[in-house]
Write a protein that binds this ligand. Sequence first.
Ligand SMILES: Nc1ncnc2c1ncn2[C@@H]1O[C@H](COP(=O)(O)OP(=O)(O)OP(=O)(O)O)[C@@H](O)[C@H]1O
Ligand SMILES: [Mg+2]
Length: 453
Amino acid sequence: MPVVLVVDDEPLQRDIMKTILTAEGYETLTASSGQEALGIIKKFHPDVILTDLRMEGMDGIELMQSVPKLPFEPSIIIITAHGTISSAVEAVRKGAFDYLTKPLDKDTILLTLRRAIEHVRLLKENVRLRSELFEKFKIEGIVGKSAMMQKAMEIIRKVSSSSVTVLIRGESGTGKELIARAIHYNSPRSTKPFTALNCAAIPENLFESELFGYEAGAFTGAVGRKEGLFEMANGGTLFLDEIGDLPLVTQSKLLRVLQDKEIRRIGGKETKKIDVRIITATNKDMEKEIADGRFREDIYYRLKVVTIFLPPLRERLEDIPDLVDLFIKKYNQAFGRRIKSIEPAAMKALAGYNWPGNIRQIESVIERAVLMNETGVINSKDIHGELELFQLSGRPFVLDLPPEGVDLEKIEEDLINKAMERSGGVATKAAKLLGMNYKAFLYRLDKSKKVSE
Ligand SMILES: Nc1ncnc2c1ncn2[C@@H]1O[C@H](COP(=O)(O)OP(=O)(O)OP(=O)(O)O)[C@@H](O)[C@H]1O
Ligand SMILES: [Mg+2]
């Protein structure tokens, strides 16, 4: 039943109104002043507020402007005496749904009220549809019925509507980038660019020009001018992945942008206002990074206004069946295959594994299984070889040290070569297989090349 609040400082007017509305089946509340009305609004969330314009203390327009921002804003109808129509029109311009002039006529009141209620109903419908859309997106894109993922989703839903800065923490392959994109594409910025920078993959001396751009002649080699990522992301979202790898000098520059909301290209004279939402992600222990002096605490606090923790897959094994389904569908489509399902024994093997590489890893196990399978139903054979291969990148890999000793450099070189081979020469992936950060990996790759030359 729609709830209507009548605000009038004349008791007789309130009573008449209440009688009319109650007779029509509306749940009717009354208040004798704007102040009293605010208390009732907070408590009962009326659908429509009928308020007199002229009242002692807070008048109708002031009341309208003080109504707290509720998820569903009530429609407001202003009631005005004959001589004050211009202020009523002004009220509509400021957001009132409509106005009524005294002397009040019952039919007009009810008609206006019905329209106002319909308006509120549509607004509510709209909010519901939007959250259904989110549900749909969630079902198609992000799997996670485990309690921990549900909690993460709840936060995602809450932060999507605003521009608050978000830090996403989680092990490698837990879906940090997927979540960052989900936040962007469910936010009012969704039609503007989502721009990403992997801080672990660019050399220290290039950060500034990547982020802020440069003018021609800013430094040797700066032939043309270049837009930085902040400018490219303007109006949208900038995703700084592996933020723990941002060098200290760049951290200070980032802090300035966060504070001033403006940037200046290298070698440029003018500053430019920018409106960019920042989302960062890391799999590092940031508290340790701070304690060891590699990350500035003041910046960290600005980045983690809201933190989303993505749990490792081994702590949410109940999500595995849905993930397997999702990836079977995905790779059926990609490879034009028609795998129908997975044998229970194979599913059990998946559920019993500890997944050091998290979702990325289970995705690639299913990808291969879909490709290799010959029967239409994935069996243990399709996945076992994969799981064994992956033990290499998992924690339980321990090498025995023979009495005569080993050639450590040779072993390192072999592993690096294997990792490069398996990742098709993509160094970032190879680094991940070896559990190393990209820079450390590049250094060793370079070293192993020199050794073998
Ligand atoms: N909850 C999920 N539902 C469905 N797919 C997921 C989910 N989480 C992650 N994925 C998929 O797993 C893969 C890895 O996810 P993503 O790249 O977002 O992880 P990440 O945390 O950024 O990893 P890294 O730390 O290695 O960069 C992607 O293909 C992504 O689509
Ligand atoms: Mg990532």
